[in-house]
Every structure is written in structure tokens, then in C-alpha cells.
Design a protein around this ligand. Structure first.
Ligand SMILES: C[S@@+](CC[C@H](N)C(=O)[O-])C[C@H]1O[C@@H](n2cnc3c(N)ncnc32)[C@H](O)[C@@H]1O
Length: 342
């Protein structure tokens, strides 16, 4: 059923915004239930969809109707539902699937943390420490293994494409070794080793994270001789000597952790080492709504922030790096190509 829509007045637009959590919850529910996976290319009756995903038909219709208001699924005149470009992205088998990202952005810890945003704004500190008694990544890896698994899958989804973009952009000809600092599942290092067949690469990340990455890199038998995995805390030390260091999407935490990480990389690389920092910028992006929401989430979990170009330049130069070039990797990511002064 479709109804002619006129733009609602401000009082209703604000009410709609206040219910943003309902939209996020509906997306999470659809992802968990596998509704997008069950819906094929042809429109389906809710009764058939409900049977496929094992729900009651009437509440499923209400869920789909709510999401249709946002353009996620489409309700047709005959009461059946069809996919839209956005709902297809919730499918697990879509090549650009956002299913894991949807789950990650709506994991249980986020529902604990968002109500504390006023406190985080008052103090400028993360709220995870107060909620769970430990730092975010420690909490995630020690106490919330299911969330940690969702995080690793979400990072894999978002890293696969961006790692290819990074490899396409970076000219590392003549570089014998590269280290991916806080490299997660190792996509960037794998893409770079694919591009440069004689280069050696190291993935450095927290122990429980690289435990998961290990089989993935091992599966790539051709990389086994050239890829090394080092577990560790980059804020404590970077025990990897390399010609070039890639630091992608990790300098988003508090300033002290950023300064310590950069100091450790500079110490490990020594004079002349190349350091490429890759970040999403909060103010140079196709979607300010998305980047500012991520910025607030980073405040809540790690007491961090998305950088502006200026704040990134300040952090890098304060650390003692010389910036040679700043370039977009893709519309969402920027690379700050630096070196340690000789
Ligand atoms: C947003 S993810 C980015 C992962 C990867 N660089 C990418 O772009 O896909 C942040 C990464 O930092 C890692 N990390 C967080 N704290 C760390 C620490 N103290 N030492 C090493 N790695 C850390 C996390 O495990 C995670 O893999």
C-alpha cells in the first residue's frame, strides 16, 4: 500500500528523529532474522516470508512496513514485499553486503552506550570503562566473544574493498617490507603482497585478533613465506622493523594512544621509514550523517574521534613525521603519506 507523502512539519520531523533507535533496531532485527536472504528476486507474500524465516506473519509485516518507510524493502499495492537497492545490501550473499556492518553498529554494547552520550560529552571520556570496567577492545575480546566475532566479520567486509583501493593507490615499488599496524584480519597486507610479489609483510594486532587472522593468511599458501603475524599492543611497542608502515583506521582513539602508537612506529622504523596513515575524515566525506555518527560512537567506546584533515595533520606533525602527500584512497578514505625524518 502506498500513500501520497508530503513533507512532515518540523514537529513531526523531530519526532521521527527521536525514534532513530526504532529504525536501527528494525534493521538489526531484519538482519538477524535473515529476511533479506529469504526474499528472492520476485516479490513475496508476508505469510511465505514468515514461514521462511520462522516468525509470526503479522509482526513481520509490521517490521517490513516500518523499514519500507526508509526505502529498505518496498511494500507493493497487493500487500507483497519486494527488495530495494538498500534491502539487498542486507543479504549475506550480496557482493557489497552490509549485513555484518548492520549487526556491528547495533550490537548490544551500543544500546548500553548511547544513553550515556551526555556523560561522554560532559567529560570527553569513553563510557565503556564505566559500563564494563575495562577498555573497549579488552571488553570486546575477553567478555563479548560474539560481538568480537561480529566486529571481525564487519571489518572484513569493509576492509576487503578498501584494501584493494589502498593497494591500487600506494606505490611501494622498491620497498622490501611493509607492516600493517592494527591490521585486523590482514586484508591490507595481503593485498599489498599480492601487488608486490617479492615484498615481505607483517600483520600486527592484538593477540586474540591475529589468532583469527592466522588461518585466513595461512589459507593463502602462496603468502606463507612472505607474511608474518605479530601479536601485540601497538601502544606499548611496535616490535616490527619494516621499510614502510600502514596504519589504517586505528588512530581514531584518544590522543594519548595516538601519540604513543606513532612514537612506537617511528622508533621501530627509524629515520627514512615510510608511514602511511589511512583514515575516514569526518568533514571530507560523501555522508556527514554517517561520519558524525561514527565519530560519536568512537567517543563512547574508545574516547576517540574521527579526524578532520587539520587534526590528522597536527597529530602526525606533532609526532615528528614529515607529510609528503595527502590523497583520497576512495571517496571515504584519505591517505597521509609520511616519512620519518633522516
Ligand atoms: C577499526 S579496526 C581497523 C582494522 C584494519 N586496520 C582495517 O582497516 O581494516 C581497529 C583495529 O585496531 C586493533 N587494535 C585495537 N587496539 C589495539 C592495540 N592496543 N594494539 C594493536 N591493535 C589494536 C583492533 O583489534 C582492530 O583490528
Amino acid at each position: 500500500m502506498t500513500t501520497a507523502q508530503t513533507a512532515p512539519p518540523p514537529s513531526m520531523r523531530l519526532r521521527e528523529l527521536v525514534f532513530g533507535a526504532a529504525c536501527a533496531a528494525a534493521l538489526r532485527a531484519a538482519a538477524r532474522l535473515g529476511v533479506a536472504d529469504a526474499l528472492g528476486d520476485s516479490p513475496m507474500a508476508v505469510e511465505d516470508l514468515a514461514a521462511a524465516v520462522k516468525t509470526e506473519p503479522r509482526p513481520l509485516r509490521r517490521l517490513l512496513r516500518a523499514l519500507s518507510c526508509y526505502g529498505v524493502f518496498a511494500e507493493r499495492q497487493d500487500g507483497t514485499f519486494a527488495h530495494t537497492d538498500m534491502s539487498r545490501l542486507l543479504r549475506e550473499d550480496d557482493p557489497h553486503s552490509l549485513r555484518d556492518i548492520t549487526l556491528w553498529c547495533t550490537e548490544p554494547w551500543t544500546w548500553d552506550a548511547w544513553p550515556e552520550l551526555d556523560e561522554a560529552v560532559r567529560t570527553g571520556q569513553n563510557v565503556v570503562q564505566g559500563l564494563y570496567g575495562k577498555e573497549f577492545f579488552t571488553y570486546l575480546n575477553e567478555d563479548a566473544p560474539e560481538s568480537a566475532a561480529v566486529f571481525n566479520r564487519a571489518m572484513t567486509t569493509s576492509s576487503e574493498q578498501s584494501a584493494r583501493d589502498v593497494a591500487a593507490l600506494l606505490d611501494l615499488s622498491g620497498t622490501a617490507s611493509v607492516a600493517d599496524i592494527g591490521g585486523g584480519q590482514g586484508h591490507v597486507v595481503a593485498s599489498l603482497l599480492d601487488k608486490y610479489p617479492s615484498m615481505h609483510g607483517t600483520l600486527l594486532d592484538l593477540p586474540r585478533v591475529v589468532d583469527n587472522a592466522l588461518p585466513r593468511l595461512r589459507e593463502r599458501g602462496d603468502l606463507a613465506d612472505r607474511a608474518r603475524i605479530v601479536p601485540g599492543d601497538v601502544r606499548v611497542a611496535v616490535p616490527v622493523k619494516a621499510d614502510a608502515y600502514v596504519i589504517k583506521n586505528i588512530l581514531e582513539w584518544d590522543d594519548d594512544s595516538t601519540a604513543r602508537t606513532l612514537r612506537n612506529v617511528i622508533e621501530a622504523g627509524g629515520p627514512g621509514a615510510r608511514v602511511v596513515v589511512i583514515e575516514n575524515l569526518v568533514d571530507d566525506t560523501p555522508s556527514m550523517r554517517f561520519s558524525t555518527a561514527m565519530d560519536l560512537l568512537l567517543l563512547l567506546n574508545v574516547g576517540g574521534a574521527k579526524h578532520t584533515t587539520d587534526s590528522m595533520v597536527s597529530r602526525l606533525t606533532e609526532a615528528g613525521l614529515v607529510i609528503d602527500d595527502i590523497r583520497p584512497v576512495n571517496p571515504y578514505l584519505h591517505a597521509f603519506d609520511c616519512h620519518v625524518p633522516v
